[in-house]
Design a protein around this ligand. Structure first.
Ligand SMILES: [Zn+2]
Length: 72
């Protein structure tokens, strides 16, 4: 059973950003622009989480000798 046809240009996937055919060089996107878009989405989503956790993980400085006086 020999495959008569070589792998046809099957749609292996599409750019998750604009749904265009993928470009090998920019996989899994179709262009660098789309890769950038996805990266930005990813970063904004990631940065949103640590931002909250960071507050509770601030180096508990034992020397809090800052009097609660208003700003001069
Ligand atoms: Zn794209």
């Amino acid at each position: 059973m020999a495959m008569s046809k070589l792998s046809e240009p099957i749609r292996r996937g599409a750019c998750p950003i604009c749904a265009k055919p993928l470009v090998d060089k920019f996989r899994p996107f179709c262009s660098r622009r789309c890769a950038d878009v996805d990266l930005n989405r990813w970063l904004s989503g990631v940065y949103a989480l640590p931002a909250v956790e960071a507050e509770g993980e601030v180096e508990s400085a034992p020397t809090q000798a800052v009097p609660p006086h208003g700003p001069e």
